[in-house]
Design a protein around this ligand. Structure first.
Ligand SMILES: [Zn+2]
Ligand SMILES: [Zn+2]
Length: 333
């Protein structure tokens, strides 16, 4: 029998207007859940952002290690960069964000390997940006979505460097003091990069010290590891409640602010619904897009609320609710 299971009786889900979808995979017959989007919370209609951008057709995904660069740099627009580390270098293949304001440039995370020259790459992007703007210098701020190992491995390339104006550690005291979060995790604060303001939301649940950023200029909500197309890992029973509270905070925020895209730090789903890659897989042919539409937030919230206080490891169409303490980290259905 497959480990996938329904969290609540199907009849109850039908009452709630939730669509139950039966799926077949190589492992046999399994049940998957899909939340009917007609039931989701009404999110604010997005007005055009001040600074629109575009996404690449695909990311390096371990399918051509001979020719792919170890890190792919994508300019979403002239002031917003997304860096993907190659599956060939690290199975985590995380995404890093680099946001330029007029006075400060903010790097979120340093990646999953200390071997790759992350700082040299960031320095090059900054030098090109300064040249294009005709600007002499800019303050580099290095912070993190959260402190898991796959987001901090190149920290030592930045910490203590004279090129870095401020390096923010990953513990609660450093994170709350830097952002100005005085009532963690309830308060939402702003951080000004110089003509570019981001809102900072505390989003524990995947990790106790975690922030998501909302960029007003692009209307991108950068969610770290709490929301991305893949395994939404929750590591303890108590964090299940933090996870749901953070999802509620994100949904409430997206109901009050226009969100174009929700962007996390990994891709672990294939483009085919209900098909996650196994954690630690090093080749990802035909990946799901990195970016989600904002409705994904209420989909994940509703899926987790439907599970009540006893979550189950469950594969959904575009994400996996994955309480590690129940089924282990390598569970894949
Ligand atoms: Zn993580
Ligand atoms: Zn991660």
């Amino acid at each position: 029998m497959t480990a996938r299971r329904l969290a609540v009786p199907a009849a109850f889900l039908v009452l709630l207007g939730v669509l139950v979808v039966r799926t077949v995979d190589a492992g046999g017959f399994g049940l998957g859940l899909r939340v009917d989007r007609a039931t989701t919370t009404a999110l604010r209609k997005a007005a055009p952002p001040k600074s629109p951008g575009s996404w690449p057709v695909s990311w390096i995904s371990g399918t051509d290690c001979h020719n792919d660069p170890p890190m792919q740099v994508h300019a979403y627009n002239e002031d917003t960069y997304v860096i993907r580390q190659s599956k060939c270098a690290t199975y985590e293949a995380p995404f890093l964000y680099l946001l330029f304001g007029e006075d400060k440039v903010l790097l979120m995370d340093t990646g999953a390997t200390g071997v790759l020259p992350v700082k040299a790459l960031v320095d090059e992007i900054i030098a090109n940006w300064l040249a294009a703007k005709g600007q002499a210098d800019i303050d580099l701020i290095v912070a993190h979505t959260h402190g898991h190992f796959d987001h901090v491995q190149a920290d030592n390339q930045f910490a203590g460097s004279p090129d870095v104006t401020r390096f923010v550690g990953t513990n609660l005291a450093e994170v709350t003091s830097f952002w100005g979060l005085t009532n963690y995790p309830e308060d939402i604060v702003t951080y000004d990069l110089g003509g570019r303001v981001v809102d900072v939301l505390a989003t524990p649940g995947h990790h106790p010290v975690s922030v998501s950023l909302y960029d007003r200029d692009t209307q991108i909500l950068w969610t770290g590891d709490i929301v991305y197309p893949g395994h939404l890992f929750v590591f303890s029973a108590s964090e299940w409640f933090d996870f749901r509270d953070s999802l509620q905070r994100l949904v409430d925020f997206a109901a009050a602010n226009p969100v174009q895209w929700v962007v996390g730090c990994h891709i672990e789903m294939s483009a085919t619904p209900f098909e996650p890659y196994a954690y630690t897989t090093t080749v990802h042919p035909d990946e799901h897009l990195l970016q989600f539409r904002p409705e994904i937030l209420s989909d994940i919230l509703e899926a987790s609320l439907d599970m009540g206080n006893e979550p189950a490891c469950t594969i959904f169409d575009e994400f996996v609710i994955h309480p590690v303490y129940l089924c282990g980290i390598t569970w894949n259905g």
